[in-house]
Ligand binder design. Sequence first.
Ligand SMILES: NC(=O)c1ccc[n+]([C@@H]2O[C@H](COP(=O)([O-])OP(=O)(O)OC[C@H]3O[C@@H](n4cnc5c(N)ncnc54)[C@H](O)[C@@H]3O)[C@@H](O)[C@H]2O)c1
Length: 268
Amino acid sequence: MKHIKLKINTKTQKYSIVIGSNLMFNISKIIKDNSINFKKCLVIIDKNISKKTISQIKKSLNRKKIYIHFFKASEINKNINNVNKILDILLNKNFSREDCLISVGGGITGDISGFAASLFKRGLKFINVPTTLLSQVDSSIGGKTGVNTKYGKNLIGSFYQPNLVISDIQFLKTLPNREVICGYGEILKHSLIANKKFFNFLNRNYKKIIYLKSPFIEKAIFESCKIKKNIVEKDEKEKNLRKILNFGHTFAHAYESFFGLYKKTQPW
Ligand SMILES: NC(=O)c1ccc[n+]([C@@H]2O[C@H](COP(=O)([O-])OP(=O)(O)OC[C@H]3O[C@@H](n4cnc5c(N)ncnc54)[C@H](O)[C@@H]3O)[C@@H](O)[C@H]2O)c1
């Protein structure tokens, strides 16, 4: 089980991002190696994750008491009612702060699970297993969690850092092409913000990255995470520097509004 590790050190939490391939066979060992202990966990799983992977996760966690909740990831489902459903399971199964919530999914699943984790008894252990390229290079790092409302996207939320992030490249193999390209967009954004050398690497190797070729995809994920790490460590709560990560979004929102695309893409 080869993997690389990146340590994040914010004011509220120190945690690792573990990046590698075929990590789900060993999820239990990775959790233990990172000193995260619990007896009981609730795993929130995106409905598009393969049955094979789910059984690997279950098998590896077989010494824990494990509950599973499937979630259909969409912007319309990224709402407070679905957070309530998660909280209801945690309360009903008598979870405590010493237990753990594990998210296995893309940015939507991670944002909603992280938000529920931050609310439950003011915070229980939270492990994020991002399964899209976008979530591996961006949304799983830095502790922004939240939901959409009829007033707009991500308007209700919290800053809540995970205890651990496990990025398994194997997940990307079932990801639709469009989703890989969305993730590549965030990698490119990070390079433009902070690292010309990395931008040149992407320029030379973008095809290999989009086709998930090793070791290019691993390097792209690692370098991208490093850029976000450096920014988040300096400005965890987006008071100042972290706003730089919105680079491109400002233009995109104006572009989408101008061409009437914004309303079409918003479900509320
Ligand atoms: N918290 C943050 O800092 C942050 C940063 C950027 C974006 N976001 C949020 O992230 C969300 C977008 O995340 P996303 O792009 O990961 O979208 P997503 O979670 O909706 O996933 C995209 C699609 O891929 C499917 N999917 C997920 N993993 C899969 C896999 N391994 N194989 C096949 N299909 C899979 C999902 O079911 C979904 O249909 C947005 O809601 C955005 O607001 C948050």
